[in-house]
Design a protein around this ligand. Structure first.
Ligand SMILES: Nc1ncnc2c1ncn2[C@@H]1O[C@H](COP(=O)(O)OP(=O)(O)OP(=O)(O)O)[C@@H](O)[C@H]1O
Ligand SMILES: [Mg+2]
Length: 363
């Protein structure tokens, strides 16, 4: 897509990767479930990346265990819905968007769950002007994204399911078990057509906000997205996303700052795991989540600093402020934890001197 002034800041997955999706569909000879744009196998290739027989390269969107992706896709071809669970920043939203794009060609049928999500957002609402003028009718009905997905046989998405109040969550039970949504005001119902399914995401740090009722939980297959298994995996994820984001923000191309990215990811992993990479030194974990997503944003901000105010090379000084901000969330406790980590771990590393000095300036 060529960038013009009206290019959306963040195109939907089905638009950003339209070429890859078209190439996959053209090469796909396996059976497709009703209304699916691709076979389950091709959806997996779209998510995990690969090379098609004609040489087209499909970029990996998700880096993680293949089995996790296969189970998620298979679930969506059954009559059970999919719940993606995991700690913050494990790509739950990202995977859900790409699954909907690959399966239905449409990732926009989305309900954003919050404490204020009302039943209308999950079922339907009314255009009150028409309702008052004409009485209840199909024309006065405002369908929710879920209702539209049911009618069109597409994938609906519900983000942050556990933030939604329990009684509103429960309105999903009939939809998921009976595959129908009664509209008593009209004396009719909308029956889901084949191809309909639903992907919900929930963050297991927020647990307790509103637990899923067991009745609802039974309608879902739960797939837990893990944190990146190794340092190398996580560095690869961050490097790829940073490059993509840099391109869409039109940052000048910089020589790759892989060494600096590796350092940021190492710091995040050590603080998250409570122990240094070599397993020798215990460290305390700060209160923040230090997710992969945050590492991506620290590095992207660093690149912007280097591009606009530095010498065009990503240096320790460019990431120091960002990393301090990510680690020190609660000034009372995290600042001390960060200082201890700087003194006992960072300072001792020979090739980390510049990084140590830059970080010291911010605490
Ligand atoms: N394993 C991974 N593979 C590819 N990208 C990843 C991976 N883990 C994290 N990311 C990247 O991290 C970013 C954030 O992911 P996303 O917002 O989907 O997380 P989330 O699990 O929904 O977090 P939250 O619980 O805060 O909503 C995305 O840009 C995604 O590309
Ligand atoms: Mg999310």
């Amino acid at each position: 897509m060529s960038a013009s002034i009206s290019t959306p800041l963040r195109p939907h997955a089905e638009d950003a990767y339209a070429d890859e999706l078209a190439a996959l569909a053209a090469a796909d000879e396996r059976p497709r479930p009703a209304r699916w744009r691709l076979s389950p196998h091709a959806v997996a290739t779209y998510l995990l990346g690969g090379t098609l027989p004609d040489g087209t390269v499909i970029s990996p969107k998700y880096v993680g265990p293949r089995r996790v992706v296969e189970v998620a896709i298979t679930t969506l071809a059954t009559d059970r819905a999919l719940l993606l669970l995991g700690v913050p920043g494990t790509a739950k939203t990202w995977v859900s968007e790409h699954l909907a794009a690959a399966i239905s060609g449409d990732s926009t049928l989305l309900v954003q769950g919050t404490a204020g999500t009302a039943e209308e957002a999950v079922r339907y609402g009314w255009n009150y002007a028409r309702l008052l003028a004409e009485g209840p009718s199909r024309e006065a009905l405002v369908p929710s994204p879920v209702l539209r997905a049911m009618a069109d046989g597409k994938t609906a998405r519900v983000e942050e399911l556990t933030r939604i109040p329990a009684d509103v969550q429960d309105s999903l039970i009939t939809i998921l078990s009976e595959k129908t949504l009664p509209i008593p005001e009209l004396g009719e119902e909308v029956q889901a057509v084949r191809g309909f399914n639903l992907i919900a995401t929930a963050n297991d740090r927020d647990r307790g906000v509103n637990d899923l009722s067991s009745a609802l939980r039974r309608r879902f297959n739960t797939v837990v997205l893990p944190l990146p298994a190794s340092l190398d995996d996580e560095v690869a994820i961050v490097a790829r996303r940073v490059e993509e984001l840099g391109r869409s923000l039109e940052l000048p191309q910089l020589p790759s700052g892989v060494a600096e990215i590796r350092r940021v990811v190492t710091v995040f992993r050590e603080l998250r795991d409570g122990v240094t990479d070599d397993g020798r030194t215990k460290v305390k974990s700060p209160s923040g989540t230090l997710s992969t997503a945050e590492a991506i944003s620290v590095v992207t901000n660093g690149l912007a600093l280097a591009a606009h105010f530095g010498d065009g090379v990503l240096r320790p000084a460019d990431v120091a402020a960002g990393i301090t901000g990510a680690v020190v969330r609660d000034p009372a406790t995290d600042r001390q934890i960060w200082r201890e980590y700087l003194e006992s771990v960072v300072r001792e590393r020979d090739d980390w001197k510049d990084f140590y000095r830059s970080c010291r300036e911010h605490v």
